[in-house]
Every structure is written in C-alpha cells, then in structure tokens.
Design a protein around this ligand. Structure first.
Ligand code: NOJ
Length: 764
C-alpha cells in the first residue's frame, strides 16, 4: 500500500474515532454470530452495538449445513452502512478454509502438492467466490503446525513442518487479500497444533525454543504478508490461556512481530476463560483478554456486557480501547475496494483439478502395478468408491456434493469396471476374481476430521480392511486408494496392497484427479507434508525431532538400535516421501559462498521413461555450540519437470534467515557448522557439510534484524502506535500516549471519553 493511502487511512481512522461514543467503540469490538432472532442482530448493527458478524450459527461452523444467508448478509451490511449513525461497515466473517463454492483439496492435501503459488491462486479464487456472497473476512489460513496426528484439526493446516507451513500460509494470505475487498484472518495463534494428546482445546507445554522454531514461523510469514487479522487460539501455553496472554498477544505478536491489524478471539474463548479457571467471572474475563491484547470478542458477549464499565471505572485504559478500535477501523477502511469479479467456473475447476492431481502421493508401487494397464478389467471395490461428499472434506460450508463426482463415475468409460461398491468381503472377493487389478477405495468420512474430531486409533475401519484382504486373496494386483483428512496408520493395508495412492479429501475435482493418476494420464508428484506412522503408539512422530544420543538417524531413520520392542521406530512413510511413474537420481551436493549467502546445488536427472515432475527438497542440520539439534530442517524445495533422460541443476540459496534457528532461550542464532542435504525426501543421504564463514555470522545477524523491520508492510507510524514499551529490562512499563483530535474531552477520573457529535462525518 502506498504511503499516501496509509496516511489517508490513519487520518480517517482518527477522525472517526474522535466522533465515537464509548458504546460505539465497544460495538466495533463486538462480533456476533448469526441467530434465529435476526431482528435483534439487525437492531444491534443499527445501534452500533455490533461491529462484525460470524456468518455461522454454531461454534462448529465446519459441520454446519444451513444455507440461505446471502440476502440476509446483504441486508445486515446495508443497515450498517445506511442506518447506523457513523455508517461503519460490518466485517462479515466466514470460514473459507479450502474453497467456497468450488471446493479445493483440504489444506493438508494442498501442502502435499508442494506448490504454494498454486495454493495462493486457489485462495484468490475462493475469496472472489466468497465475496459474491458478501463475505469480507475469511477465517483462514490455519497456520498451526501439527505435532500430534490424533488432533482432528490436522486437516485444516499444512502439516508438521514450520517452513512448508510458512510458505503456504504466506501464499494463502496473499491470495485471499489480493482483492482490496477481503481480509484474511490467520489462525490460531499460538501452538494450537501442539495440544496434549491431540485433544482439542487442551493445553500445551512448550519451551521457548519449541514455540519459536516450530509454531511461530508460519504466523511470522502471515504478518510479513500483511494479514489483516489474527485469531487467538483456545489453548493455554505453559498454563496461560492464549486469550489472556499479554506476553504472546501484545509482546510477541503485536510487539516483536509488529502486527498492526486486529486480534480476534476464537468463538466464546473469552467466556471460556472462566471455565479454564483463569478468570473469576465474565467481567474479569473481559478485562484479562482485553488487557492481554484481544481486540475483538468473537461471540462471547463479555466485551458487550463489561468493557464500557471497565473503561469507565478506569480498570482498562481508554487508550487501549482506542488502540483496539483503531485497528478495526484501519482494516475496514483499507478493504473498501471493489468486490473482485466472480471467477469463471471453468477456471476455478481447472485450478481445483491441478491442485488435486499434484496433491496425490504415490506411497508404494510394487511391481509397477500403477498406472493401470489399458486392457484388463478393473474391480472397483469399497463403499467410498461411490461416494461424492467424501471428497469435499470437512470445513466446506458452501460446497455442494452435487458438483463433484464419485470415483466410480470418473473411472467409467476409461476402463472396463467390475463394480462392488460396498465393503462386504464376499462381494469384494467375487469382483476381484474377475479382474486384472483390484482398486480398493478406503478412507474416512469427511466429518471424521475437523474441530473436536480427534482420533485415538488413526485406523481404517475393520470392514474396509476385510474388503482389502478379500480382494488381495483373489487378485494378483491390488491398489489401495486412500481418501482421508489426515495421515492414517496404513501398516495393515500396506501388507495387502501392491500400490497405495494417498488421495486425501481432494475437493470438487478429486475423483477426476484420482482417475487420471490411476490411468496414467498424469504422473503422481505429491510428497507427504506429514510423517505417516506405522502405529499410533509412535506419536509424536516428526522428522525434525532432536537427534537421539545413540543411533545417528535417531528414532526416525532406518536404523533399529533405538526401536521399540514391538514396533520399528521408523515411520511407515517419511516426511517428503512420494513416488512417481518416472524415477529420479540426484548428483552430489556442493556448497559455495556467493557473497554472504550460501549456495547449495545438486543435479537431478530423470531416469524414467516419461516426463514427470519431482519436488526436490533441501534440508539442513545445525551443529555444534553444545546443543542437541533437530535431525533435519527443511529449508527449501523446488518442483521441476524433467523429460526422460533430462538433467537439471537445482539451487538453493540460504541466507541468515534460513540458517539461523533459535536456542533454548528462543533467541535466533547461527551455529558453527551445518550438514545439508538435497534429495527427494527427508531421509535422503545426499549430504555435504560446511562451516559458517569467519566474520559472516555477525554481519548476517545484523542483516536479519533489518529484514525483520521491512517485513511488516502495515506497521503503523510511531505517531499512531497506541502502545509503546518504554524502558528496558525489568522496569518495562506500558505507555499509552495521549490521543489528540476532535471530539475528545478529558474525564475527571483521568481517562478519556469521547463526546457524541450531532452531525457525524461519514467516512465510508
Ligand atoms: C471456532 C474455530 O476454532 C475457528 O477456527 C473458527 O474460525 C470459528 N469457530 C468461527 O467459525
């Protein structure tokens, strides 16, 4: 945004603020859900008591089925603009996690495509569709790195790795906000993906190193990309609910990262502070959340009930109230652009198809059973083969199953099919006996992942496994197609299937994508964004875990010194894993300094018989300085397309940003030496080692500081920054600079209250 526009927005925000009553200010911070008593909501909007609306009726919006809201939204917005005193528009928020009418693959599947730019394009298309339905605030992307596969919300994020999640989060924010009419709300800050035991909403105990190296990076990327809004997480971190954590919200997010947009609570999270034991009552909850840095209260009503009183009583400074309202006004003023044009349905469908195809991961292909041969009949087995809704996944509030196809429909006409669309083993056996290849469709229903949808077993159903076993008993070539919202334990399926395609919940074009990969029109090129366990008892399981004291490959590699007695410690399939119908070989890694950046290179050659894409990955491991380090850290990736026999050099340039990692105090630093790998998955052995150049580290750290300064495009000018920290070390004190401007009067008690102007200036 240009400097002039920013100044104009700041000026208009100040002018508005100066005209607002205390109640109107609190109203801007009150976000309400849809309700059956719509006239009460309309009256709230008219009176200025409601500043934004969640376009959902229940806290579990991801499983909601109500439609018919478009006219209602338009009416609410019109009331805000035309009938409220100041004409301030509403934020109308909806969860558009992976598409609106056009449903794209679930975010976890998008990450398997290792193509953040394409995911960004999908976000842009989704935003344009949502805007037609009067949505102007999108509660996405979900930037929570997932460290426990049992957590049901793994479906909504980009997997286990902070670097990959960061790239996707950034692209999604940029995609959603490409239009000047839409705001993104990245969620859930912070560490929600680390909830104990994968139990939704529970607590997280995490060191500074863990918080900053694992959970923070995607949020830092979102802030750098200019996200308008950040949602605070439900969970506590080290015993302090994030909703009440001044350290995380004001210190880390608004202070250190320089986030100048809106911090919104999650649904009723402020009210829940009482249940968590953090607040004594709802007034105390409002006080805690507000002083911690939550600007907008989503659906608890605590701010509406108590905030004005808390300000009047001098418990909460009015300068903090002005800061919160200013944040809201800035976003509303910034997003007054024209609604984006509705995307052509064909274009959106083409993007959905490409993303679905790229997200499919070929986990196994014994004897090259895939692609299906053109001639022989195929037995298509399993109840999921005839289902359509399964492909949309959870959090698809506006998607329609009618717009998608089943795998059976998509394969019809391409191969001779013997259909057995149920999980009955007898019928599976009969169908498989008549076919050259049995394709067994397995997976989990769309509503088995999402909010409060944890899984303790992570297994396929017994019925599905029985059908697979039966098929394997009567057919020599068995392919398992797995449609799931998470990484399941596929050890048993792996014993019976010659090939396994991990197809996730792939969206509106999933079935066509699966058919094109099965038939070989498209070469699979997805790679796992999350480790696939053999057994649920291995969890937590993550490629970047710290190297163990014995067994160089830690618990994650192929070695077995550190294994469990009853199970190998290695994952069934590691992070970054994915096969192709072609094959690739990598040349040795070379490292050289280019100025003050490190350039890592390796050649990659296609040894297969067809043109195909490969996702080349670059990992590092810091070494030395008396610390145990993560076994590997992803620091770069590139998708390349190679014709048969073609060779290319892939190059990864690493600067201080990529080479530094936090120490135990959370401070980012460079380390004495590093190992680096380039290859096709996280267990590649294609390695080199290098040392940090003399004198480079100090320089590089300085540069990093500068880079941070530039990252935040919306950082307000000092004059408008409401809260500044003064002093250093122990004596840090919050300073609320006095606001000046029309409409402010000084209050006897020392706080500032605004006066109501008879003829307000309408600035929207
Ligand atoms: C609760 C969920 O945790 C959050 O992700 C979602 O955005 C809100 N509900 C609104 O639906």
């Amino acid at each position: 945004m240009h400097m002039e526009q920013t100044c104009d927005i700041e000026l208009r925000a100040e002018t508005l603020l100066a005209q607002m009553t205390l109640e109107e200010k609190v109203g801007q911070l009150n976000q309400q859900p849809l309700t059956n008593d719509i006239s009460a909501l309309e009256q709230g909007v008219r009176s200025g008591a409601v500043g934004s609306v969640v376009l959902a009726y229940t806290p579990f919006a991801g499983r909601e089925h109500r439609r018919d809201q478009t006219a209602q939204r338009e009416r609410l917005q019109r009331i805000a603009r035309e009938e409220s005193r100041l004409g301030i528009p509403l934020l109308l928020g909806r969860d558009v996690l992976h598409g609106h009418h056009t449903v794209f693959p679930i975010p976890l599947a998008q990450a398997a495509a290792w193509d953040p730019a394409l995911a960004g394009r999908a976000a842009e298309l989704a935003a344009a569709e949502a805007a037609q339905d009067h949505v102007n605030l999108i509660f996405a992307p979900m930037a929570d790195v997932c460290r426990d596969l049992r957590w049901g919300r793994v479906v909504e994020g980009y997997g286990e790795d902070p670097f990959l999640s960061g790239r996707y989060t950034r692209s999604a924010v940029e995609g959603f906000q490409r239009s000047t009419a839409i705001s993104a709300c990245v969620k859930h800050f912070l560490a929600y993906g680390g909830v104990e035991g994968g139990r939704d909403y529970s607590g997280v105990d995490a060191s500074q190193r863990q918080l900053r190296s694992v959970y923070l990076p995607p949020f830092a990327q979102a802030v750098a990309a200019g996200t308008d809004c950040v949602m605070a997480a439900f969970n506590d971190v080290n015993g302090v609910p994030v909703t009440a954590s001044a350290e995380l919200l004001t210190g880390l997010l608004k202070g250190e990262l320089g986030f100048s947009g809106i911090v919104v609570s999650d649904w009723n999270a402020i009210g829940q502070l009482v249940a968590q034991g953090a607040a004594e009552d709802r007034r105390d909850a409002a006080r805690l959340a507000f002083l911690a840095g939550v600007d907008v209260d989503m659906c608890s009503g605590c701010y509406a009930e108590h905030l004005a009183g808390l300000v009047r009583d001098g418990v909460c400074p009015e300068a903090r109230l002005d800061d919160a309202v200013r944040r809201v006004l800035r976003v509303k003023l910034r997003r007054q652009g024209l609604r984006p044009a509705p995307p052509a349905r064909k274009e959106a469908a083409a993007a959905a198809l490409e993303l679905a195809q790229k997200s499919i991961v070929l986990l196994k292909n014994r004897g090259g059973v895939l692609p299906l041969s053109p001639g022989g009949p195929v037995a298509l087995i399993g109840a999921a083969a005839r289902q359509r809704r399964i492909h949309l996944g959870s959090w698809t509030l506006d998607g329609r199953a009618e717009r998608t196809a089943s795998i059976a429909q998509a394969l019809r006409g391409r191969r001779e099919i013997v259909l057995s669309c149920c999980d009955d083993p007898q019928r599976a056996r009969r169908a498989a006996a008549q076919a050259e290849t049995a394709v067994v469709v397995l997976g989990e229903p769309w509503d088995h992942t999402g909010e409060a949808r944890g899984s303790a077993a992570l297994s396929l159903s017994e019925g599905q496994l029985a059908a697979l076993r039966a098929a394997a008993g009567s057919c020599r070539r068995v392919v398992a197609v797995v449609c799931a919202g998470r990484a399941l334990c596929l050890s048993e399926a792996e014993q019976y299937a010659d090939a396994i395609l991990c197809c996730w919940h792939g969206g509106v074009q999933a079935a066509q994508a699966i058919a094109s990969v099965l038939c070989g029109d498209v070469c699979p090129s997805g790679k796992l964004p999350i480790s696939m366990p053999r057994h649920v008892g291995q969890i937590p399981l993550c490629y970047s875990q710290r190297t163990a004291a014995r067994n160089i490959d830690s618990y994650y590699g192929p070695g077995d010194i550190a294994s469990y007695l009853d199970c190998s410690a290695a994952p069934l399939y590691p992070f970054g894993w994915g096969l192709s119908y072609a094959a690739f070989s990598y040349g040795p890694v070379s490292a050289r300094w280019s100025g003050d950046r490190l350039c890592l290179e390796a050649s990659v050659r296609s040894t297969g018989a067809r043109t195909a894409q490969e996702v080349c990955q670059c990992y590092i491991q810091p070494r030395g300085a008396g610390r145990a380090h993560p076994a590997r850290l992803l620091r770069g990736f590139q998708r390349v397309e190679l014709a048969p026999g073609e060779e290319r050099t892939v190059r990864f340039i690493l600067g201080p940003e990529e080479l530094s990692a936090p120490d135990e105090t959370g401070r980012d630093r460079l380390w004495p030496s590093y190992a680096a790998w380039i290859g096709g998955d996280c267990l590649t052995t294609n390695q080199t080692v290098f040392r940090i150049k003399d004198g480079w580290a100090a320089n590089a750290r300085g540069q990093k500081g500068c880079a941070r300064e530039h990252e935040n495009s919306h950082r307000p000018r000092q004059a408008h920054h409401p809260e500044r920290h003064s002093g250093q070390g122990q004596g840090r004190r919050r300073v609320f600079p006095q606001q000046r401007g029309a409409g402010h009067t000084r209050r006897a008690g020392g706080g500032q209250l605004s006066v109501r102007r008879r003829h307000p200036l309408r600035l929207f």
